[in-house]
Design a protein around this ligand. Sequence first.
Ligand SMILES: *[C@@H]1O[C@H](CO)[C@@H](O)[C@H](O)[C@H]1NC(C)=O
Ligand SMILES: *[C@@H]1O[C@H](CO)[C@@H](O)[C@H](O)[C@H]1NC(C)=O
Ligand SMILES: *[C@@H]1O[C@H](CO)[C@@H](O)[C@H](O)[C@H]1NC(C)=O
Length: 521
Amino acid sequence: MKLIIFIFLKFIQVLTCNYSTINLPPEHVPYYFTANPEIAEKCRIDTECPYKEYLTEKKYWGYELDHQWGNQYSVPECPGDHKGWVKTKFDQENTFYTQGDFGFVKQQIKELKVLCEPLFQDDSILECSDHLRYCRGRNIMINFTQLASRPDPIRYKMDVLSHGDIGGYCDLNQKELDKQADHISALQSWGPEIRYFSKLKHRPIISNGDCDVVLEKPTYIMKIDATINMYHHFCDFLNLYASLHLNEGPEAFSTDVHVLIWETFTYRSLFEDSWKAFTEHPLWDLKTFRGETVCFKNVIFPLLPRMIFGLYYNTPLIYGCRKSGLFHAFSKHMLHRLKIPIYRRINRKIKITFLSRDTKYRRVLNEEALLDSIKDNDEYEVNRVIYNRNIPFKKQLEISANSDVLVGIHGAGLTHLLFLPDWAAVFELYNCEDANCYADLARLRGVHYVTWKNTEKLSSETDDSHEGAAHAKFANYSFDVEEFKRLLKEATDYVKNQASYQEFLNKISPEDQNNDLHDEL
Ligand SMILES: *[C@@H]1O[C@H](CO)[C@@H](O)[C@H](O)[C@H]1NC(C)=O
Ligand SMILES: *[C@@H]1O[C@H](CO)[C@@H](O)[C@H](O)[C@H]1NC(C)=O
Ligand SMILES: *[C@@H]1O[C@H](CO)[C@@H](O)[C@H](O)[C@H]1NC(C)=O
């Protein structure tokens, strides 16, 4: 019995194509090889394998069961006090690791339980982590027949499925399923869907008319947050990336997979290029299979953007720590897969990107004066940008990934801090009384964070349209020029003192044909 299950748990089996399908940032390849020794061995004996230089060192992401603390993608930096929070420095690091780093992934792996158990090879299987926050299954049937007669558009609905609409041929642990279905909210867990999982009378994936469609490729079913807002939408992508790590196996990062968005609205977003990091196929939604019964050979229900104590929206993060390997790896993975070029520098100036807004609120009223005050500083190279639909998203990423300091007032555009270089700093001009949002995101990404503290040195203009808690976000602002210069200097001084920044500058030599490094235009 145990043996059979073990074989099923090896989720997606063999690397079907050649090494080009690995498509990871070169620095991630050793982790991939360590996790997949059979592929490493294949590469070792294959004269054509282009990744031979990555075979020597064993590297662990940090969620593998045989990994030891310290020997992982990265250890959190915790220069801040731990007293009053936890007993020891290690506890502090480990708490951060579990809250916002690969320790979070490890926790999910530890929690995985088989809820519907196969007896024979072709049977179905369903396994989930606690509260049904991540699930995956094989030979699962979903019956979308009822959608055909449903008039209302579907988004954030919890009644897409009803009893019997999802199931498999396996031994269902109903008691455990009921127990785990306790986070019933659209973006918190898969409870609203998986609670209706039922045992089928026979195996569905035989051509007896059960399945109108059989999907051979792995399919990610996605319930997504607000696609117009980069902060929220990237919560979807970060959780999808974390879920890839949960897949296990050589094909864990494959893009030969499908994505089915759990809405009837046709997906549209300024950030839609980001999907190319995850799938080479067009996106599906609930219209795609309306009225049909679909049988999934492999289906994944990834971690969700609004899980309780999830990532990264409202994540409680322990005081004093920063630098999550998970966020670092996500950043590098996205930049690599989306082919964002990182340019060699032609001078030693600090590249400052000033995010300007063309929205109704949080305009910087004296932006010209602020920019004027630094334009003669020859240590700086300042670029003012408006990240709106006039700049394609990949171009925006390119600008951010080639900046040393990102400056901007509170707003979703600051989510670009995820894609800054490791040595970078972000200067949130004013947090508009939302103190943790970007400060914590910067901590997770491991970039330095500076913000305005002295509210006497700024002034705001409001209209009467908004009262209450969020009123500070519905205003325009003017900033004291000297204080602006002082805080900007704090950010640029930080950058200058980073060894990784100095090393990067020293790579200015033109014959250096390193990885993704390109000549500056
Ligand atoms: C490897 O696979 C890719 C994509 O399937 C294909 O384009 C490429 O030609 C293959 N390369 C070799 C050397 O077979
Ligand atoms: C799918 O659901 C419909 C009604 O909602 C039902 O009539 C049909 O038999 C179901 N299909 C399968 C294969 O269970
Ligand atoms: C902020 O400035 C913009 C652009 O000038 C203007 O349209 C908006 O009404 C202003 N908002 C407030 C709250 O004053």
